[in-house]
Design a protein around this ligand. Structure first.
Ligand SMILES: [Fe+2]
Ligand SMILES: [Fe+2]
Length: 200
């Protein structure tokens, strides 16, 4: 499956700061994402993006929502149009005249697949949260108490176990952490402490 986007510029600079409202984002998710597991993944990544923007970057509430929106929508087209993954949601957000920074972050959430390099902090954090979030959630599902009592050591063991959540590329996890200049311990700890609060 070739998902290369073959472009490096996204959205229109005149649309800077334009967002979907929470209601519009929810409606898009409900219409495009019929699979609840995928919807939960997108909400988890959205929540992590918002928490990071708030706690680590000390951004305004408007900016926190822009980060959250990038996380919330990054896989919107994956459920119904996997062979158009990323292309379709990008075009939809361009039609809706959404902030180019949000569209760019979505376009760069898998550089190996889409051929777009993460550049901004928003880009890099979306890429970094994406795969680790999924692996950690898979781990929570096999633990009797889910996220309760989960620690960094346990998650790192699962990362080392190639057969666990085998679809999650360990190379991509390491590449994303390098680009974001964050240690695996810090990111795992951040996710484990917050992700259990999200539900569909
Ligand atoms: Fe994706
Ligand atoms: Fe994802």
């Amino acid at each position: 499956m070739n998902l290369q986007l073959n472009r490096i510029s996204f959205g229109n600079p005149a649309d800077n700061g334009n967002v979907l409202t929470p209601q519009e984002a929810e409606a898009l998710l409900n219409k495009w994402v019929l699979n609840d597991r995928l919807k939960l993944h997108m909400k988890q990544v959205g929540f992590l993006m918002k928490c990071w923007a708030k706690e680590k970057e000390q951004l305004s509430e408007d900016d926190q929502w822009r980060w959250e929106l990038a996380g919330l929508l990054h896989d919107a087209d994956w459920d119904q149009w996997p062979e158009e993954h990323c292309r379709k949601i990008i075009e939809e957000l361009e039609t809706r005249q959404v902030d180019p920074e949000i569209i760019r972050a979505i376009a760069s959430h898998g550089p190996a697949h889409f051929g777009v390099q993460p550049e901004t902090k928003m880009d890099k954090m979306l890429y970094a949260f994406d795969e680790l979030s999924g692996l950690i959630h898979a781990y929570s599902l096999m633990r009797p108490n889910g996220y309760e009592g989960m620690d960094v050591k346990g998650v790192k063991k699962r990362v080392k176990e190639k057969a666990f959540a085998a679809s999650v590329s360990r190379d991509e996890i390491n590449d994303a952490l390098n680009r974001a200049a964050i240690s695996m311990d810090e990111l795992i700890n951040f996710i484990v402490k917050r992700q259990g609060n999200v539900s569909v």
